[in-house]
Design a protein around this ligand. Structure first.
Ligand code: 3HC
Length: 305
């Protein structure tokens, strides 16, 4: 079988909403075996039960046979415990989907890319962090960024930005670091297409295209609430019914996670020094209060998880 992307086994780092969704579309649509890793066994259990629920729904709706669902589920295995991320060493591509935190990502990437097979790709699902910075952190301490080896290692790092909920949203945004090779970009694009997604390409700027546009919009809605311009319901209804958005901006912020929105907005603000990206005080305070939105039951709205 000829596979343009050359991905015969995929590793996914992080079994949160995004990592689990990526594992599912890879197993179901691209039909590749997936090794899913998370430090937390509780998170793995949650992730796999979401996968089971979504596959069962597809079977109930007649979109998949029992057998197709079982085949997809069987393609996903868990790597955890003492093996850690080293258990992903033999895969052809790793998609990193851990929290939106540069030092955490750098810690994971340092030396890890060098341990992978020479042709393996390391893709980050970051929403806003510089892929160029992440690629630079992939080099072991004794390898210079200007050396042939350094260029080869960093050239295998790329941004592959999926959207939540991954099984539903049709887009993947592809981001090239300064170091990314054209071959890495082509293979990552082919893989996203095999997962059933349309692909757009963005330069490596803070927030890329998607979040550079979405986050000021969400932030402006939070400032409307902060100023008392309208109630949360009226802000959301205005955008839902007036502009046909599937969710209002405050609902969407809760859905993405207020901690994630703040982290992205901080990256945008620090990366551009443009005041239009300054996060609102209300968002900062809500995150201080650990009101993270839908994921922990309290954001602009309340949820029974
Ligand atoms: N995981 C998987 N599938 C889900 C899901 C989830 N978390 N939530 C909903 N779905 C599925 C449902 O099962 C249903 O599937 P079906 O048609 O096969 O039955 C379908 O989505 C529609 O769901 P519902 O009928 O329950 O509800 P809605 O019609 O209101 O749709 C929604 C839910 C798809 C989430 C819709 O409200 C929507 O599109 N919202 C906007 C989402 C969005 O903008 N996402 C991008 C966020 S930005 C991002 O991710 C980037 C990051 O960098 C911040």
């Amino acid at each position: 079988m000829s596979i343009a992307h050359g991905i015969r086994t995929l590793g996914v780092l992080g079994a949160g909403q995004m990592g689990t969704g990526i594992a599912l579309v890879a197993a179901l649509r691209a039909k590749v075996p997936v090794l899913l890793h998370d430090r937390s066994s509780e998170q793995i259990t949650k992730g796999l039960s979401l996968v089971d629920k979504l596959l069962a729904k597809d079977v109930a709706k007649g979109r998949l046979t029992d057998e197709q669902a079982k085949e997809a589920r069987d393609r996903i295995s868990v790597v955890g415990g003492d093996v850690g991320i080293k258990g992903l060493r033999d895969v052809d591509m790793v998609v990193e989907a851990v929290s939106e935190n540069l030092s955490l990502k750098q810690k994971i990437f340092t030396s890890f890319v060098a341990e992978l097979k020479p042709e393996a790709i390391l893709a980050s699902n970051t929403s806003s962090i510089s892929i160029t910075k992440i690629a630079a952190s992939a080099l072991p301490a004794n390898v210079s960024s200007a050396s042939e080896e350094g260029k080869k290692i960093a050239g295998r790092v790329v941004g592959l930005h999926f959207f939540n909920p991954v099984p539903v949203m049709k887009l993947v945004e592809l981001i090239s670091a300064l170091q990314t090779t054209p071959e890495t970009l082509d293979r990552a694009r082919a893989f996203a297409i095999a997962c059933g997604k349309e692909v757009t390409t963005s330069k490596d700027v803070p927030g890329f295209v998607s979040n550079a546009l979405l986050m000021p919009f969400i932030n402006e809605a939070i400032m409307c609430l902060e100023k008392g311009t309208a109630t949360r319901e009226d802000i959301d209804t205005t955008l839902r019914l007036g502009m046909n958005h599937p969710m209002g901006p405050l609902q969407l912020a809760d859905f993405i996670g207020l901690d994630t929105c703040l982290a992205i907005q901080q990256t945008l603000y620090e990366g551009t020094r443009d005041s239009k990206y300054r996060p609102s005080i209300l968002l900062e305070r809500m995150v201080d209060a650990q009101w993270y939105g839908r994921k922990n039951g309290k954001g602009f709205y309340e949820y029974n998880n």
